[in-house]
Structure formats: C-alpha cells, structure tokens
Design a protein around this ligand. Structure first.
Ligand SMILES: Nc1ncnc2c1ncn2[C@@H]1O[C@H](COP(=O)(O)OP(=O)(O)OP(=O)(O)O)[C@@H](O)[C@H]1O
Ligand SMILES: [Mg+2]
Length: 412
C-alpha cells in the first residue's frame, strides 16, 4: 500500500489513491500473465524434454536389444561348428563307432540325452572331443536324380557333320549291343562296356554321346567329372554308386561322364583329403565298371580333352577299353558341319566349299559360332538373307576371339 505523505493536500492524496487503485492490480495482473506465460513456456519445454527423454529411453531399449542379439550371434559364431558323422556299430555304456565324411572312424562317447540311436543314423560330433552331441534327421537318401542330368536326348546322327568313322565305331560298340544283344551271344563275344571319346574341345564328343542315346532310345545319364569332385565333396563315391544303380534301374541306359579326367587322372599321391576323396570316387567308378555284366544294357561313355593325364586303369581291358579319337575336322568334315549348321539359314550366293577352306583349324563348335555370327552381320545390315561376305567377316571374328582366348590361356 502506498503511504500518503502528511504534508500532501487532500486533493493530492485522493489523486494518489486513485492512481494507486487504478494501477496496482493492473501491474499484478500483467506480472501474473508474464509468470503464467513463463510457466506455460516452462511446461511446454518440460513436455518437449519429457518426450525427448522418452524417445531416448526407447532408443536405449532398442539399442540394448540389438546389442544383446548381436552379442548372442557373435557368441554362436565363435562356437566351433559340429561335424556331421554317421553312426556305425553301437556299444554298451554309451559308446559308438562314428564315421566322419573324410573316412576316418572314431570310437566316441554318445551323450546320454540321445535316445534310440541306430547304426546308420546321422549325428553331430564335437570337433575337439569327437563325441556325439546330438542326433539329427537328414534326408539320407541321396537323390541321385538331382545331381545328374537324366533325359532322352533329341540329337540325331543327321546333326553330326563329318566324323563318319567315329560314328561307325560308336554305333558298333554302343548301339549294336543295346539293340541286338543276342547277336553278340550267338557269336560268343563280349562287347566293350564303354568307350572313351577324346580330343580337343568343341569337336562333337558330347554330340556323339547324345546321338547314340537318342538312336537307341536309351536313358541318358550325364554327369560332369569336375562337378562330381568339387560340388559333392564327400559324396562323390556314393554318387557314382547311386548313378550306376539308377542306370541299371532305367536300362537300357547310357552313362555319360564328361571331363572324366577330373576323377580319373594320374594321381599325385599328395595325401590331401581332397586327393583321397577323388581317389575314392575313382575307385568306386572302377568297381562299378568291373561289377556289371557286359550285356547289362548299360553302357558308359567317357569324354576328355586330356587323354595325356588319364590314369591307365580306366582304359584297361574290360573297362572303357575302346578309345575313339574325335579330332578337329578336315576340310571335308568342315564342309559337312557347315552344311548341318547352315541348313536352316537363308543363304544367297554363299560358296560353302570356299568357306570350309577358309576355316582351317576350326572345331565344330567354332563353325557353328561362325554361322551364328554371319547371321548377326546380316541382321545388322537389315537384310533377311546371309551373304558370302557375312560369313567371311564372321570367320575372321571367330578366329580373332579364339586367338584371344588362347592368349588368355583358356584351354590351359
Ligand atoms: N561334328 C559336328 N557336327 C555338327 N556340329 C558340331 C560338330 N562338332 C561340334 N559341333 C557343334 O559344337 C557344339 C559343341 O560340341 P560338343 O559339345 O559335342 O563338343 P565336345 O567335343 O563335347 O567339346 P568339349 O570337349 O568342350 O566338351 C555342338 O553342340 C554342335 O553344335
Ligand atoms: Mg563335351
């Protein structure tokens, strides 16, 4: 309250009172408003801070969760993996013989938690102690049809240019015994079990094998040697066995082993497990070759580019003892192949004979490539027919590419 000075007049004092009465509440009110605003602002700030805190808390929880998961994963990654083995004989007191895929056998302890273990079961084995930790259910049946190509080829003899002598030989050794086994019985000779086709790449080895399968209506079972040893580690020998079982079940059939050198090359004997694996696969192949009868309606065709490194055991009598060389075609052969591949092409003034002359050292595959290229030259020129010149350019291109590949060492 404002004091009224004694000396001041009544009028003055009245004025003062009026003054103070008018202004004081206003002052308070505005102060109040300022405070209220301040409070509002603080409350607002508080709300923002609170929501920030909440967000940070949520984030912390999330990060914690991620951390736990990551450290859990890290823990599992650090743990050594378990070996997969196969149970052999089971002994009392939780003991069993366990065979690992590398062929080694161990007399191991079996965890008491595993019930009803039988020989042949698949189990997980600790790497260090080699004890059996767990039993697992795996699809034990190696579905051989998944690993090999089984089909009835459509290639016919007509699609092969040249190779007259080779075709004749393949017909004698593979086709005739499959078609007329009684002929061989009557004469009293045993036809070879299989043949080995060898020669440079792209000369028609696979084509020959497919054509003979087609002409005999035989099931064609194809497997690539390098895949057998690289893709199916530990399964190679088993696969070979299953493959021959399949061939017998689907007879008449032809087992075609491409790149046979990958399993049947002269061994270095360096004793690595990969080496042992290849050896086992090879041994199994020999055992299968020896195991079945010559007239069993199953024929084997091997193919290789590297006869020089092949183990002689595979070509011993009674195995793949008929060797057929499929070499680069001569000029006449090239002309025949050219005819096969240009048969469907719309040619104009093309002298095939001159072209086959220009294709020195071309393989069948290269001749086919030249035909395709010639077609492309015509397409680029917006023509619907192929000219002699297109072919000459195509030959040049294919030859250039072949030389480039050779320089890069594509063929080893
Ligand atoms: N004599 C031929 N007649 C017709 N076409 C051929 C002939 N030789 C090869 N070819 C063509 O080349 C392609 C490849 O031939 P193929 O696969 O038979 O060669 P390969 O000898 O098995 O080669 P690789 O050793 O590389 O496996 C065939 O699909 C075919 O189009
Ligand atoms: Mg081939």
């Amino acid at each position: 309250m404002t004091e009224i000075p004694a000396s001041s007049s009544k009028e003055e004092s009245e004025k003062k009172i009026v003054y103070s009465e008018t202004f004081e509440p206003l002052d308070l009110e505005s102060e109040n408003k300022v405070l209220q605003d301040e409070l509002n602002k603080l409350e607002q700030e508080n709300r923002v801070a609170y929501s920030g805190l909440k967000q940070a808390q949520d984030e912390t929880a999330l990060l914690k969760d991620m951390f736990t998961k990551a450290s859990g994963e890290l823990e599992s990654l650090k743990k050594p993996s378990l070996l997969v083995g196969e149970v052999g004989t089971i002994f009392p007191k939780n003991k069993a013989i366990v065979k690992l895929p590398n062929g080694n056998k161990f007399y191991s302890h079996v965890s008491v938690e595993i019930k009803g273990l039988k020989p042949g079961d698949t189990v997980l084995v600790d790497q260090k102690s080699l004890n059996v930790v767990e039993k697992i259910e795996v699809c034990d049946e190696l579905d051989v049809e998944k690993f090999v190509i089984v089909n009835k080829p459509t290639e016919s003899w007509k699609e092969i240019g040249g190779l007259t002598k080779e075709i004749q030989e393949v017909k004698e050794v593979i086709e005739l015994p499959l078609k007329k086994p009684e002929l061989f019985k009557k004469i009293g000779i045993k036809p070879p079990k299989g043949i080995l086709l060898y020669g440079p790449p792209g000369t028609g080895k696979t084509l020959l094998a497919k054509a003979v399968a087609n002409s005999t209506q035989a099931t064609f079972i194809e497997v690539v040697g390098s895949e057998l040893v690289q893709k199916f580690i530990g399964e190679g020998a088993k696969l070979v066995k299953e493959m021959f079982n399949l061939a017998k079940a689907k007879a008449p059939s032809i087992v075609f082993i491409d790149e046979i050198d990958a399993i049947a090359s002269v061994r270095m004997e360096n004793g690595t497990s990969g080496e042992r694996e290849v050896n086992r696969t090879f041994m199994q192949l020999l055992a299968e070759l020896d195991g079945f009868n010559n007239l069993d309606n199953v024929k084997i065709i091997g193919a290789t580019n590297r006869i020089d490194i092949l183990d002689q055991a595979i070509i011993r009598p009674g195995r793949l003892d008929r060797l057929i060389e499929v070499g680069l075609p001569d000029e006449k052969g090239r002309l025949e192949i050219l005819k096969v591949h240009s048969k469907e092409m719309n040619l104009q003034k093309v002298k095939l004979k001159d072209l086959s002359e220009a294709m020195t050292n071309f393989s069948g595959a290269e001749i086919r490539a030249a035909c395709t290229e010639a077609g492309y030259f015509a397409i680029r020129k917006n023509r619907d027919h192929v000219t002699h010149d297109d072919f000459l350019k195509a030959i040049e291109k294919v030859r250039f590419e072949e030389e480039e590949d050779l320089q890069k060492g594509f063929y080893g």
